[in-house]
Design a protein around this ligand. Sequence first.
Ligand SMILES: Cc1cc2nc3c(=O)[nH]c(=O)nc-3n(C[C@H](O)[C@H](O)[C@H](O)COP(=O)(O)OP(=O)(O)OC[C@H]3O[C@@H](n4cnc5c(N)ncnc54)[C@H](O)[C@@H]3O)c2cc1C
Length: 526
Amino acid sequence: MQRWNGWGDESIDYPLHDSARRYLETLVGPGSPTTDADQHSVLQSVPASRLPEHPLVDAAPLTRLLHARGQSLPDWIALRSGRVNTFPDGVAYPTTSQEVRQLIHFAAQAGAHLIPYGGGTSVVGHINPLDQGAPSLTVDMRRMNRLLNFETDNLLATFGSGITGPDLEAQLRAHGCTLGHFPQSFEYSTLGGWVAARSSGQQSLGYGRIERLFAGAQLETPQGLLELPAFPASAAGPDLREAVLGSEGRLGLLTQVTMRVSPLPEREDFHAIFFPDFEHGMAAARRMLAERLPLCMLRLSTATETATTLALAGHEGLINALQTLLKARGLRQGKCMLLVGFCGKPGVVQFARSQALAAAAAHSGIHVGKVFGAQWHKNRFRTPYLRNTLWKLGYAIDTLETAVSWSRVPALIEAIETALRSSQAGRMHVFTHLSHLYLHGSSIYTTYLFPLSADPEQTLARWQAMKSAASQAIQAHGGTISHQHGVGADHAAYLPAEKGALGMQTIRQIASSLDPQGMMNPGKLF
Ligand SMILES: Cc1cc2nc3c(=O)[nH]c(=O)nc-3n(C[C@H](O)[C@H](O)[C@H](O)COP(=O)(O)OP(=O)(O)OC[C@H]3O[C@@H](n4cnc5c(N)ncnc54)[C@H](O)[C@@H]3O)c2cc1C
């Protein structure tokens, strides 16, 4: 069963070795475990629903609690402390487009706000009901989760928008294909959520971000059906798919989504290469990009993240052997790890590997084989479970991300980390990697960890100070407020600086032409 106040399946844990715990204690001091609110008492705080009854709407307190929050740190603080405060007034699980239309009509008649809901894995407050006076209806799309059409010749697959990552990949595998979209939330996030939040998967270098994969859709809006046909390419004026990507539930509900899929790769290898420092790693990665090598992933950790990853990895024997090897080759403090993914036919993988290793060697990279890459690949959807373990030990962990041109990457990493550290007096640990690399720049993904305060309001206030300092640093250094998590409620205040007044007016007008009453997920995005 899925945890109601944490990440993932209750039967899955991510235990932390004693050495890893000691490492954390040295960095940030002992954790301060807090007592979680029990579900029964939180259910007592769910108020009566303000929605009229409807056969498709479930107003049971448990259902409403389970749809009240996503996965951001403030969401966790609310759920763990039992101070949830706002709940949807009802939840519907449509199974057809016709039911979706009925629900839009019902919400419009009831003067209710409607919140499209995929897997609820948002980390920026996308699906949280806001206290805006009107009742809210959450529409959970996960029962619209079938493969509706597979076009073998065109390599196009149409799904119900509520399909989750594992189901989608299983359906495609039966046809010898993959979408290749693997966000770390893959287990629970849905196709509709990926499109609506403009998500990026870990192998975006090879397969593309969701924008490249998204071919077409059906969007049910308060003004009717908007159909987006799947052309291979088109010069027929502005591409309306771009308006739907990142629309965060403000334009309507995606019911069917058509995706561009690829044949399953015959081979998939992930290798680790270590560099004396971040600059050498960055230079090697940029060379691989400039040579346009057929890679499916690049991920470069800073020295602090590299040290943290190795310390938390657990396998002490293996890590010691690696440290000895790297030391013998002259790599000590400051070394940085680059993970490189190769996917495709064996010949392509072999070619890409030899070219990438040559580029790495030209920048003093030391190739250590596939073991670390394979470990990363094996655990890539397990690492979010570490959040549960850390919370139990009394630590909060959060991530933030942006993207910027190459020339600004080092300064922006420094600015984000400094902003986080200087925004509060308490001890914390901060580390960063480049997770999605492009020829013209890179995303920056920063993780920060600090001991919980005894008072949840204080933990929240500390988070707010850190988040706002880091967001300001991002904007001051020319970064986007989000590379992949989206805007939601948490980043909405920063959007006008990025889009400008005319840009914001255009976004609002697009929304109001499809949703004149402003009933679709208000308060998110803008
Ligand atoms: C542990 C963890 C790891 C993560 N890793 C990544 C990552 O690697 N890459 C990444 O990009 N993101 C990541 N995320 C963020 C999150 O998973 C993504 O934003 C994801 O796209 C959200 O999908 P979802 O189905 O859970 O959508 P939800 O959280 O349910 O909703 C997100 C937004 O999409 C809208 N929406 C959902 N379904 C529909 C629909 N059918 N029609 C219209 N609007 C809809 C909602 O209204 C909301 O505004 C991570 C989150 C967590 C908790």
